[in-house]
Every structure is written in C-alpha cells, then in structure tokens.
Design a protein around this ligand. Structure first.
Ligand code: SF4
Ligand code: SF4
Length: 502
C-alpha cells in the first residue's frame, strides 16, 4: 500500500500594491501596470486586509486584473508592466529643431522667447542642421519624429527643406522611419511652400486659440489679423490634402489651444471654433510658465481650479457634441484614457514616468546647443542654463542620454519615488514636469501640496473616472472611440520600405 501524498496547498495570492482614491460613491483602485477596479468601502477593506475569498466574483476580477498575484498569473502581470513602460527601451523618439528664433507674430504667452524678423543670426545653419539630423538618426528607436519649431520655422525655409531631404536620405540609409512635423502660425505660408510640404508629406500643426477676438487678443500680427491668416491657411491646407487623395479624417491640420485667463468662461466658443474649422481634436493645454508667459503670468495665468472649471464646461460640451454625431475629441482626456483603457502607454513625453527629457525627446536650439526638452530651452532663453546639456558640435547621443542633468530629471519625474505621487491612485497614468516644478516651485521635484499641475492632472483624471464609473454607456463608447489608434502612414518617410525599393 502506498502512502497517500499530502495535498499540495495552493500558495495564497499576494496583494499587488493597490493605490486608491475615492471618486463619488466608490473607490478607484489601481495597480502599477495601470489596471483599475471600482470597489465600495467594504470591498476595499476586504482587499487590503487580504480576505478576498477564492471562488468569488471579486476574487476572479481582482486576479484577472493583477491585484492578486500568484504563480498562475505572475508572468502575465510582469508582461503587462513591461508593455506599459515599453517607451523606456526606445530612446529619444522626438527631436525638436528650433530652426530660428525669428517670428512675425507676438503672442502674450510666447513660450519660445522670439526674436524679431531682422535677427537672422538666430537662424539654424545647414551644417548645424545636418549634425542634428545625424544625432537624431543614432537613436535606438526605429521610428523618429523631427519637429520644426521656432520662432516661426517658415522664416528659415531653406533649412526646413534641407532637413526634410537630408533626413529622408539618412532614414533610407539606416532603415528608419521618420516623420517630419512643422509647428507654424501659418502666416508665412505660400503656395510654393504648401506644395512642397504636401509633396514631402510633412505634417502641419498650428495654434488656434479660439474665435477671432480671443485668438487675436493672444496673438498679434502687424497689419493683419493673426486669426484670419491661420484659418485661411488651415482651410487651404486641408483642401490640399483632399486634392492629394488623402483621407481628410486622418490628414488635416492639427491645431492646439493654449488656455489663458481670457478663455475662462469661453469654453463653448473655443470648441465651436474648432468644429467650425473642421478640426477633429482640441487639445486643452494648460499654460506653461516659460518664456514670455513667465513675465505676463499675472495677465494670462490662473490657478488649477480655474482651469478645471473651464475644463468641465469644455468636456461636457464636447461630449454633448459627440452624442449629436459630431466627431471631436479632447486630447488631454484621450492621453489619460489611452493609459487607463488600453494596455499601452501613448508615450506622450510630458505625462509619463519618468518624463521624456533627454531620454524620450531632445531639443536643439538654432546654434546647435542641446536641451533636455523644448521647455528646458525656453528657460535658457530666460537666462538660466540649468537644462542645457551641451552642443551637437562636441557631443554624441550617448553623452546626451547619460548626462547628469538628464539623470537628475529622470529621477525627479519618476513618480514611484515622489512623496504624494508614490501613493496616488493616478500614479500609473500620470507625470510631473521638472521644468515646470523648477520654474514654479524652485525645485525640479514637485511639491505636490501646492503644485497646480498636480491639481489639474488629478482633477482631469477624477472627471474621467467618474464617467467610467457612471451609468452612461454612450459616454464610455465615446471614450473608447477616443483611444482608437489611427495610423497615418503617408506621413512616414519609411527607410525600411525605401530600402526594399517601394
Ligand atoms: S502629480 Fe498629482 S495626480 Fe499625478 S500622480 Fe502625482 S499626486 Fe497623483
Ligand atoms: S521636463 Fe517637463 S517639458 Fe521637459 S520633457 Fe519632462 S515633462 Fe516634458
């Protein structure tokens, strides 16, 4: 007779550190890889005291979402986390080239600290531009974006064109995919430039701050209306995409608004303007206190709660329009929702942990000097070199990525080690900006009790989770539409395809 083997007792599942926050009647409970559950107070107590009974619906849900970890799901939880932070393996994907500081518009909040149109010494030369492109191409990422910024990049058109052609050639040689993106006020656009940009598939973005009175109050153009120029060219560019046989739902001018005090109380006007101009997205971007905006903050700035009041009006109205069949999304919400509802992080460099400074994006000033990000360059234009890394003339990409300043910013934006963030339910979806923190609070680490960016991010996520928790299925469907990934392959200069002779 063989002795009966003792039954192997299944190991008790471990609790995978949950973070929680009360939103309305229930708690939003999240874990590191971004899964969430809605629990009432008793359920939360049951979870955190380790009393969830196997075989119950609650156990099954929390195990499936990785709140309870055992041998059976440990590998899945690790894979989910790895996928969520996949951006860490890609290196700098966004390369911002300030091809000139010159600009023909004067904006109240100008982040770029512009130079006037005569100051041609602030144009990036072609040899410097080539060095920037060569550094960008050394990134380990297969896919890169080169973004033309200024000043007004169309003021240094020869360099823009050269970068598109040189970058496309290098992408072909190195088997990379590169997208070129132009951020312009559009007032220096003409037919020849437009034809070139369409032919070379350069993505075009602009600023639209609302209807004419709001836009022109924020953005001054001598002898003309900045608004008239912008909307005229938006329409012509959108028509050019159609004429080139491109799907207007995917290929159109992207616009973004910088929300100043003038916008408060005018959310509906702003959204209506975006719909009127055929935009499919509006990005309600809080004001950054950099560049001229620091000096004019008293005129244009506001507190986080003021922004949230505005945001409520805008989001409610945008959702109402969507219910009526108008397709327009709010991009700040879409960034958070992608993190909340999908297994991937959208790699928006200002809202991730650690942030993208130096390891996800690099900014190059007109003279080849290198900064952690464009915001770090704006601080330099205000007279403070703290975010300057060096120059393309002497540095390699490795020197940049491993620079002490880059390491410090990565530490200061890794939420797991920041008081307040480390225990916040929104840690898996959030980010902090060391340049903002430095400018506003005198320290690259955030002081969250008074950090207005934290107020805004927490408030926006509260509003999104309240709706996800609610009964309105139509809103949830709208949110799911907002996180659908829409590829725009025509913008890609695809070195891999070009090498194969396509
Ligand atoms: S910044 Fe604020 S909302 Fe975001 S994780 Fe930190 S504490 Fe939470
Ligand atoms: S420091 Fe701020 S602006 Fe720069 S990449 Fe990080 S979050 Fe973005």
């Amino acid at each position: 007779m063989t002795a009966k083997k003792p039954a192997v007792k299944a190991a008790k599942p471990m609790l995978n550190l949950p973070r929680f926050r009360k939103v309305g009647p229930r708690y939003v409970v999240t874990n590191d890889h971004g899964a969430y559950a809605f629990l009432d107070e008793d359920q939360l107590q049951t979870l955190v005291t380790g009393r969830v009974k196997p075989g119950t619906a609650m156990f099954d849900e929390l195990a499936a979402k990785g709140f309870l970890v055992s041998d059976t799901n440990l590998d899945d939880v690790a894979a989910d986390y790895d996928r969520k932070v996949a951006f860490l393996h890609r290196g700098p994907v966004l390369h911002i080239m300030v091809v000139t500081l010159r600009c023909n518009e004067v904006c109240k909040y100008c982040h770029a600290s512009r130079a006037n149109m005569k100051e041609t010494e602030t144009d990036m030369s072609i040899p410097t531009a080539e060095k920037v492109v060569e550094m960008a191409m050394r990134s380990p990422s297969d896919t890169l974006t080169i973004e033309f910024q200024g000043g007004e990049p169309l003021a240094n058109w020869d360099t823009v064109k050269h970068v598109v052609e040189y970058g496309s050639t290098l992408a072909k040689q190195r088997g990379k995919r590169v997208m070129f993106s132009l951020v312009s006020n559009l007032s220096l656009m003409d037919d020849e430039k437009l034809a070139y940009l369409i032919e070379h598939r350069v993505q075009i973005s602009t600023s639209l701050d609302g209807p004419k009175d709001l836009h022109d109050k924020n953005r001054y153009l001598a002898k003309s209306s900045a608004y008239d120029k912008t909307v005229e060219w938006m329409a012509r560019i959108n028509q050019a995409y159609v004429d080139a046989g491109l799907d207007p739902r995917l290929y159109h001018v992207e616009a973004l608004a910088t929300i100043t005090r003038e916008h408060l109380g005018r959310a509906k006007d702003l959204v209506d303007e975006y719909v009127k101009q055929g935009c499919r997205a509006v990005f309600l971007r809080p004001l950054n206190p950099f560049g001229f905006a620091k000096n004019t903050e008293g005129m244009v700035g506001y507190m986080g709660d003021d922004f949230l009041k505005f945001y409520d009006e805008a989001l409610n109205y945008i959702l109402e329009l969507n219910r009526q069949g108008v397709e327009i999304l709010e991009r700040l919400a879409a960034i958070f929702l992608t993190k909340i509802l999908t297994p991937d992080d959208p790699n928006y460099l200002d809202i991730r942990s650690p942030c993208g400074a130096g390891i996800g994006q690099i900014a190059y000033n007109y003279d080849g000097s290198i900064f952690t990000c464009d915001e770090g360059r704006m601080v330099y234009q205000m007279g403070d070199e703290v975010f300057k890394i060096g120059t393309v003339n002497t540095m390699t990409l490795r020197d940049v990525v491993t620079h002490d300043t880059v390491k410090s910013i990565a530490m200061a934006s890794t939420l797991d080690s920041i008081p307040g963030c480390a225990t916040c339910a929104y840690k898996p979806y959030c980010g902090t900006c060391p340049v903002y923190n430095y400018t506003e609070q005198g320290n690259i680490f955030p002081q969250n009790a008074t950090n207005q960016r934290c107020v805004i991010y927490m408030g926006v996520q509260d509003r999104l989770f309240a709706r996800l928790m609610g009964e309105d299925e139509q809103v949830k469907d709208i949110f799911r539409r907002w996180v659908e990934v829409k590829d725009r392959p025509e913008y890609m200069h695809d070195g891999r395809r070009m090498q194969q002779g396509f």
